[in-house]
Write a protein that binds this ligand. Structure first.
Ligand code: ATP
Ligand code: MG
Length: 471
């Protein structure tokens, strides 16, 4: 019965929408946000040109339109195109449901549980096609909130007018209409875009409660686009920040990668800490930072993030495991120190500390096995760098993870957590020929890595960092 009423309501809305499309965008009435609650920006009023849109996205849009469906570009691609940037990906919104989309495209797969989506594949490019989502009040077996108000499932389909309210920020809710190349704006997203402001659609606390990941998205977009958070959005964060801890760790891992591996890691880190979000993602790291705010753990992180951003700016690749290894190094080191103080041998202490810290971390952000293995390797190589005589250096050099281990050592040395002379020795060792390498590793040679020598090279020392020199 309820369903019948819903279907009828949607039908009426569809009829209204059909007529709305015939309101010319050049009419003054259509340009006013108060009239019909939306504004249409004609092609001449915005800077999005089809030449900036991927051919495959255009194919999808035209094909859906040809089959009689509505088809729009929406989300980050419209937002980025308006800024003259190349979008990361192209998202399409349509009134065709996933099955109908599948019938239109042979190269299509339906994915998602929380919200079913169609992925249309063109070689390596995937165009995501989503059916308009329905309104929040139509909660039933297809849409579910948990006791905290978090949206667990959201498979109610609707109209474009309903779809718009389900989106997070007004600048992410602009629809580029392939029919006449206009941009449809229901939420004054264009004004916010011009003002470089991230404003949540609807009541901010409710929207963050529905999906706490939106707080991370707010930070990511603010940093990436150089937009500011609207004060209402900003003010809602402190009371909802704790809800982030109930998000599945796999989803948080994905978000963390987007925050830290796309060239804005340093600013993301600062902003996440500013809003108290970082402590939810990396509780142990936060604890170690608070303990030594100005010391080298913080310097190590800042330098790692800066290096990572610089590499991306130079078109080089960055790896997730290296960044995670820097985030968790200090907690591992401190825990290992505790264990050594209790008489546990250094090697075992570090191994156990690594296991414990990783096991705790995966409860917040999942860490795929190949990532956690690589992190352990980078950490376990650190003590081995202190052996500079005999065959050990050449064996270490041929270790598959040597390069990352050495980069990590260099990072520690540059930020006061290891001796610079040791890192420089390894730098030279890699560059010279075999004869010279043999000379460098002569057992008789007075090795400058004696402990007294190393202690003097520390920039900053604390009781907890003292044994670091043994690594
Ligand atoms: P980018 O792809 O550049 O990271 P984006 O805005 O396109 O940014 P996507 O994750 O691709 O981000 O999502 C596409 C669109 O889907 C968003 O612009 C937004 O309209 C909507 N969306 C995505 N995630 C959420 C969310 N958690 N809550 C509400 N709307 C969302
Ligand atoms: Mg996107």
């Amino acid at each position: 019965m309820i369903n019948t009423i819903k279907i009828n309501t949607t039908g009426v809305k569809n009829v209204l929408n059909f007529f709305k499309k015939f309101i010319p965008s050049s009419l003054p009435g259509a340009e006013c946000p108060e009239v019909d609650k939306f504004r249409v920006y004609a092609r001449s009023e915005h800077n999005i040109s089809r030449s900036q849109i991927s051919d495959n996205a255009l194919k999808v849009l035209y094909r859906l339109q040809k089959e009689g469906y509505e088809a729009y570009l929406v989300g980050g691609c419209v937002r980025d195109l308006l800024l003259g940037r190349e979008p990361k990906d192209f998202d399409v919104a349509t009134n065709a449901d996933p099955e109908q989309i599948r019938r239109v495209f042979r190269n299509c797969r339906i994915i998602g549980r929380r919200f079913r989506l169609a992925h249309v594949h063109f070689g390596r490019e995937v165009i995501e096609v989503a059916t308009f989502r329905g309104a929040a009040e139509q909660q039933n077996d297809k849409q579910m909130l948990n006791h905290e108000g978090r949206l667990l499932r959201d498979n109610v389909y609707g109209t474009i007018e309903e779809d718009v309210w389900r989106r997070d920020f007004t600048v992410n809710a602009l629809y580029y209409n392939i029919r006449d190349f206009s941009v449809i704006d229901y939420v004054s997203g264009m004004d916010d875009h011009k003002a470089a402001t991230l404003r949540l659609i609807g009541e901010p606390h409710t929207r963050f409660r529905e999906d706490p990941v939106r707080m991370l998205r707010a930070v990511r977009f603010a940093v990436k686009l150089s937009f500011k958070l609207h004060p209402d959005c900003e003010n809602a964060i402190p009371s909802t920040v704790h809800l982030l801890s109930s998000i599945p760790s796999a989803r948080l891992y994905d978000e963390v990668l987007k925050l830290f591996l796309f060239g804005y890691a340093l600013q993301s880190f600062e902003m996440l800490r500013h809003y108290g979000l970082f402590q939810i993602l990396f509780p142990d790291t936060e604890k170690s930072l608070t303990r030594q705010e100005s010391g080298f753990p913080r310097l190590l992180l800042l330098k790692a993030l800066e290096n990572s951003d610089n590499r991306i700016a130079e078109g080089k690749s960055v790896t997730a495991y290296f960044l995670f290894a820097t985030f968790l190094w200090e907690p591992v080191r401190l825990l290992a120190q505790d264990k050594m103080n209790k008489g546990i041998a250094e090697f075992i202490a570090y191994q156990d500390a690594a296991n414990e810290i990783i096991n705790k971390q995966v409860k917040r952000t999942a860490l795929p096995r190949h990532i956690s293995l690589a992190m352990r390797e980078v950490w376990s190589l650190q003590p081995r760098f202190t052996s500079r005589t005999g065959s050990k250096p050449s064996r270490l050099l041929s270790h598959p993870r040597f390069r990352a281990g050495f980069d990590f050592l260099m990072l520690r040395a540059e930020t006061g957590g290891a001796e610079l002379e040791l890192a420089q020795w390894w730098q030279t060792y890699q560059q010279v020929d075999e004869t010279e390498q043999r000379k460098m590793t002569q057992p008789s040679r007075k090795n400058p890595s004696s402990r007294s020598g190393r202690k003097r090279t520390y920039r900053k020392r604390t009781s907890s960092s003292a044994t670091e020199s043994k690594n």
